[in-house]
Design a protein around this ligand. Structure first.
Ligand code: SAM
Length: 321
């Protein structure tokens, strides 16, 4: 959990010690979100990623009115509530107990209890627990809504100076080198098949140097950004080609919370990739039948067989015509 750094006054709460009114006494307009005239059953509440001033008034209101606030680490959420002068009934909700908690939470929501979900920081579900609960609530026809707010990925992307869309949010890369390089290689193969997007990862300061090195190996030296401690006192965004970021990390290891953004391939890179696919196919088509050439090149490049096959047919057609 990032340190809460109170640069702005917390939103005023008229009477933080007042007990929650019963559900029947909660008409639309009391602050609890309504959907189609009915109180929402579950509200996903975004909280600050480091700066208490980013807590929205609606988020504070929902935490005050909720019967149960589901949270990852109750100590972290208790600190936030205390900084805001709020009290709430906290219940732990994390990856290890999510499945087991869902049936009782559905029952509670059906019985009219108002549920709120927060994570330690930022937007719930974004590399944080909650997806399975939302899916179950939606399947049960129970109203789910969200109080939007801080999110490290989108903030880093907006500050990166790289094309903001399309973008892919990829959560944390696998921690082990081999699995990480395989994950990056499959994204590179998707690029070879036509994907062109900025990509965003969360990463720990201990692994960021290795991860940047793997990005350089797999994607080549393209523009990227490393955003750290966003919204906090030591906020910093380093921008540049991957090779420059690697040098900068070697010179001064970044501390704190880090988000990495990688720019899309440029036109020249896409073109040279297409040329090298054609060159590989031509070479294999000289030695093999079309089917075999396609199998060899698809395995080698990781490209979808159908795409390689279509290109091979085109090249074979050109050669005949
Ligand atoms: N749900 C959160 C959100 O909406 O941003 C992200 C939760 S994820 C478990 C935590 C990771 O997000 C951190 O390890 C770091 O990579 C990134 N992160 C969180 N706060 C950050 C900040 N202030 N600056 C940069 N990255 C941050």
């Amino acid at each position: 959990m990032p340190e809460q750094d109170a640069r702005l006054d917390p939103p005023a709460d008229p009477d933080p010690s007042a007990p929650n009114p019963p559900r029947a006494a909660l008409p639309a307009g009391d602050g609890w979100p309504h959907l189609g005239g009915l109180p929402a059953c579950l509200v996903l509440v975004s909280t600050p990623i480091g700066n208490l001033g980013d807590m929205t008034t609606r988020a504070a209101t929902v935490l005050r009115l909720a019967d149960i606030v589901l949270c990852e680490d109750s100590r972290v959420t208790a600190r936030l509530l205390s900084a805001l002068g709020l009290r709430a009934r906290l219940e732990p909700f994390h990856d290890h107990n999510e499945d087991q908690r869902i049936p009782r939470l559905l029952e509670a929501a059906e019985a009219g209890q108002k549920l709120a979900l927060v994570s330690d920081a930022g937007t719930p579900l974004m590399s944080d627990p909650g997806f399975r609960l939302v899916r179950a609530m939606v399947a049960a026809g129970l109203g789910v809504t969200a109080i939007p707010g801080p999110n490290a990925a989108v903030t880093a992307l907006a500050l990166s100076g790289l094309p903001p869309h399309p973008y892919l949010f990829l959560g944390f890369p696998p921690p082990r080198g081999a699995a990480r390089r395989t994950a990056f290689a499959s994204l590179r193969a998707a690029e070879a098949a036509g994907l062109s997007a900025s990509m965003v990862w969360y990463e720990s300061p201990h692994r960021v140097a290795e991860t940047l090195g793997d990005l350089l190996t797999v994607f080549g030296d393209r523009p990227a950004a490393l955003a750290r401690e966003l919204t906090k006192h030591f906020e910093e965004v380093r921008r540049g080609p991957l090779s420059a970021l690697i040098a900068s990390v070697a010179a001064e290891a970044p501390r704190g919370e880090i988000t990495v953004v990688l720019g899309p391939p440029d036109a020249a890179q896409t073109e040279s990739q297409a040329e090298s696919l054609d060159a590989r196919l031509r070479a294999e088509l000289e030695r093999n039948r079309l089917r075999e050439a396609v199998a060899i090149v698809a395995a080698e490049t990781g490209l979808p067989r159908r795409q390689v096959y279509a290109r091979a047919l085109a090249l074979a057609g050109e050669a005949e015509g």
